[in-house]
Ligand binder design. Structure first.
Ligand SMILES: [Zn+2]
Length: 460
């Protein structure tokens, strides 16, 4: 079975991959609640002869589907969680299925299905050729809470893998060597003394005052941290009735930076600010680390191999109806923002600047900014990993928008997932045929991590 035949097999099972993507899209489940989505993926993998292994306690919606034997052992990462409040029909104006309901605004329905397609194709290849090698589909929940894969790593789920492959829906076709801000997610709970706010304010100590003063301190901190860092917060408990001095109040912070070490040092400074706010208000403070994750550790060997496969295959083409849908979604956005992306990524004078249809060369790809965080970053710190994007949404459509939900449930999205399946399959075909590629990726990983070992951001 040659590479071309194997890629053709994906066209044969395209309907099944689409069906999985759309079924998950129609039933969006939030982080930590992805029961039906995980069960669907488990079922399809079982039907194709994969064995299914569970990951452990507290990770009910995580699993490993495995086929084959011997090395290399290749992990393909799949996600399937949705986002709150971004429910949307297949419509070009904002039109939720359920008001304030969940929606696949990060395209993880596509992410899971695209990875699944590649696992199924490589299973077919291994079965027909009798070649040595193992493919593992990793069902990874809770990505939007940035914690699923961090927990899975801690549970030892990735033991025995030689390398990992990942992709993400976006609005360009590109392979990335720089992505994801490292992150810490921390809740701060202040405890004070409640009292009647008018009758005896002198007896009370306001936990809310402490939260507010901590926020002021954090906002002054911004001037003295690196430009690329991000600190953002919400107040998750601000007390109750105004006539009662709040005894308890709570804030939730994200601290992000391009490198994990910067996140850690900014976190230490923020902890001092929390202590200062407690001191000023005569309250006490405790903090809970909800999660944390790493930035992407690049792997040039895998990145080059990904780029080769992206350009060997043709990105999807679109019919007039699909382009019309993309154009209408673009028109719902700020035109300057859309034009900015078109100028950045499309060849000048392109008559259909709605969906990215080429592949960014590796130099151009450096201008793609992925400043969100992902727990996939952590996987890149325990073994060699690639990362590529495919154009699932029209140019200008941001992730985590209702427009992204709409495109992720349309053929724009499913076509990009099939393209991703083909790229992942092509990469695995090459790796299984030439072990020196696996060795080179691992050697590069060893060199890059020689003086920087992975330490789980999660406490024991
Ligand atoms: Zn995502």
């Amino acid at each position: 079975m040659n590479k071309e035949k194997l890629i053709q097999y994906l066209d044969e099972i395209a309907d099944q991959i689409d069906q999985v993507a759309l079924e998950i899209w129609h039933n969006p489940e939030l982080s930590g609640q992805e029961k039906e989505s995980a069960d669907l993926l488990r079922r399809v993998l079982r039907e194709h002869g994969f064995s299914i292994r569970e990951v452990g306690e507290g990770l009910e919606h995580a699993f490993i589907g495995e086929y084959g034997s011997g090395s290399p052992v290749i992990a393909v990462l799949g996600e399937y969680d949705a986002l709150p409040g971004l429910s949307q029909q297949l419509d070009t104006r904002q039109n939720p299925v359920v008001k304030n309901g969940a929606g696949h605004a990060c395209g993880h329905n596509l992410l899971g299905a695209g990875a699944l397609g590649a696992a199924l194709a490589i299973k077919k290849y291994l079965a027909e050729t009798g070649k040595a090698g193992t493919v593992r589909f990793y069902g990874c929940p809770e990505e939007e809470l940035l914690v699923g894969k961090v927990k899975m790593i801690k549970a030892g789920a990735f033991a025995g893998c030689d390398l990992a492959l990942s992709w993400h829906p976006m609005n360009v076709n590109a392979t990335l060597e720089k992505a994801f801000l490292a992150n810490n997610s921390i809740k701060f709970t202040f405890h004070g003394i409640s009292a009647h706010a008018a009758q005896s304010p002198e007896s009370g100590r306001s936990a809310l005052d402490a939260v507010e003063l901590m926020n002021v301190g954090a906002n002054y901190l911004r001037e003295h941290i690196i430009d690329e860092a991000r600190v953002h917060y919400t107040i998750t408990n601000a007390g109750g009735s105004p006539n009662i001095i709040p005894e308890e109040a709570e804030s939730w912070y994200y601290i992000r930076a391009p490198h994990r070490k910067d996140v850690e040092s900014i976190t230490q400074r923020l902890l001092k600010i929390a202590q200062g706010a407690a001191l000023m208000t005569e309250t006490t403070v405790e903090h809970t680390v909800l999660g944390g994750c790493y930035h992407l550790l690049p792997n040039k060997v895998l990145s080059d191999l990904t780029y080769k496969n992206m350009t060997e295959l043709s990105p999807p083409s679109y019919d007039p109806e699909e382009l019309e849908f993309a154009k209408a979604l673009q028109e719902s956005l700020d035109p300057d923002m859309v034009q900015g992306e078109i100028k950045k990524f499309m060849p000048e004078g392109d008559s259909q600047p709605y969906v990215h249809q080429g592949v960014l060369d590796q130099e151009q790809a450096k201008s793609v900014v992925v400043s969100g965080s992902s727990d996939s970053g952590d996987v890149s710190w325990i073994m060699p990993m690639n990362l590529f994007l495919t154009a699932s949404w029209p140019l200008g459509v941001p992730a985590h928008s209702w427009q992204a939900t709409a495109a992720s449930g349309a053929s724009l999205g499913t076509k990009s997932a099939l393209y991703a399946s083909k790229i992942l399959t092509g990469i695995m075909y090459d790796l299984l045929g030439d072990n020196s590629l696996v060795e080179a990726a691992q050697k590069e990983f060893e060199e890059r991590t020689q003086n920087a070992k992975y330490v789980s951001p999660l406490a024991d």
